[in-house]
Design a protein around this ligand. Structure first.
Ligand code: ACO
Length: 371
């Protein structure tokens, strides 16, 4: 008896030592470490080492990771030039896809050192997505104490505060990996054909940008903007979610049937960072969360990581259009780590089947005889 798995739900495509999720209890771990501990105590570069090399680094190893990243921010001139040639209103992920597509000219097979190089170049690309869209001169990140700080400095061309660096660092850690969602699976499908790593990233980016996946943070925030005031939340919820049956964006998850642990951390960060306007959005989000949790309790639909992350990014000064690119900047590490793990352990081409349900064999009718 053949069974189709809708959306490949519950299909296991690989073994992994990278990320553990307990969707019922709301547990997320990278290589055995709870996300809460990593987010609270680590620099992003420590998580880079953990995901790529298997262990948290000692001081010397951390320094080596940082040095390699610091040496690799430059991207070929053609990459930034091509990004600049796209229309200013181009989708930011299209700019990223363009950049990585061009890099595939120098196509590389993946290894751990290539991965560090790509992580550095991703920072340059995402910084310049913002700068190009804002009509600013392009900028290559410069080495500093941390990846998060270099990224913020290059993007906004000003010194970020310690709190801002900490928040960016934590956001990078929270979005690093989440097992094999659509984008990671897209990267794996490409990788399984033994294509180059930049093409794998382009595949992943295409899957990430949809509103049901990485695009949800932008959509969630747009809801807050549309609602406009905490007093308007109930009316908006009634009209849009209850009557029009629209999806509440930033809610629901394929794996979590409880509160997403990353959403809790993003919510806490949103509180500590929120300034005037973002405070209003935070109040709206909280009220919306309350209604959403109550309304969807039977279906076990709760806030996911994208519900509050936008408020954090907005408080850091990013416009809404940047949220998915920021997600991608972080998730590139997860994509790379999964591709490396897949190719090292189970390098089978991913090639599923479809169940044919069309007509039986039919006699061919020449064009002149078709009615
Ligand atoms: N709002 C309203 N109803 C929802 C939502 C939501 N956000 N999420 C799920 N549901 C409902 C569906 O309508 C469906 O109801 P039904 O059984 O009565 O038809 C049921 O819950 C199951 O939904 P599916 O779409 O089948 O669940 P699936 O696991 O396939 O989808 C998904 C998960 C795509 C994330 C979904 O919850 C969703 O669309 N959420 C909104 C978009 C979003 O926030 N995406 C970000 C995900 S996290 C991430 O990518 C980092």
């Amino acid at each position: 008896m053949i069974q189709i798995s809708r959306g490949l739900e519950n299909v296991i495509i690989k073994e992994t030592s990278l990320t553990y999720i307990d969707g019922e209890k709301g547990v997320l771990r990278y290589r055995g470490y709870n996300i809460e501990d990593l987010a609270e105590n680590c620099e992003y570069e420590e998580v880079v080492h953990l995901m790529l090399f298997g262990e948290l680094p000692n001081a010397k190893q951390l320094q080596e990771v940082k040095e390699k990243i610091n040496q690799s921010y430059e991207v070929p001139l053609e990459v930034l030039e091509a990004m600049q040639k796209l229309p200013r209103d181009a989708d930011p992920i299209s700019l990223m896809e363009t950049a990585f597509s061009i890099m595939s000219i120098w196509g590389k097979r993946i290894n751990r050192l290539t991965a560090l190089d790509i992580i550095a170049k991703a920072s340059t690309i995402v910084s310049n997505v913002y700068r190009i869209k804002e009509g600013l001169k392009t900028k290559i990140p410069e080495p500093s104490e941390s990846y998060a700080k270099s990224f913020l400095e290059a993007t906004f061309f000003k010194k970020p505060s310690a709190d801002e660096v900490k928040a960016m660092n934590t956001a990078l850690i929270l979005y690093t990996d989440h097992e094999v969602p659509a984008s990671t699976t897209a990267a794996l499908v490409s990788a399984s054909t033994l294509t180059d790593i930049y093409s794998c990233i382009t595949s992943a980016l295409s899957a990430l940008k949809g509103p049901l996946h990485g695009g949800a943070a932008e959509e969630a925030f747009k809801q807050f903007v549309e609602i406009g005031s905490p007093d308007n939340v109930e009316k908006w919820f009634e009209e849009n979610i209850i009557k029009s049956k629209k999806r509440l964006m930033g809610f629901g998850h394929r794996v979590y049937k409880t509160y997403d642990p990353r959403a809790k951390i993003f919510k806490k960060m949103a509180y500590s960072l929120a300034k005037e306007e973002s405070k209003k959005y935070l109040q709206i989000a909280e009220k919306l969360e309350e209604l959403g949790v109550r309304y969807f309790s039977q279906k076990k639909i709760y806030p996911n990581t994208d519900f509050y992350s936008g408020i954090v990014f907005y408080s850091l000064g990013f416009p809404i259009y940047m949220f998915t690119s920021l997600f991608a900047l972080s998730r590139i590490l997860g994509w790379l780590a999964h591709v490396i793990e897949y190719l090292e352990n189970q390098p089978a081409i991913i090639w599923p089947r479809a169940l044919y349900v069309g007509p039986e064999k039919r006699d061919f009718i020449p064009l002149s005889q078709r009615g």
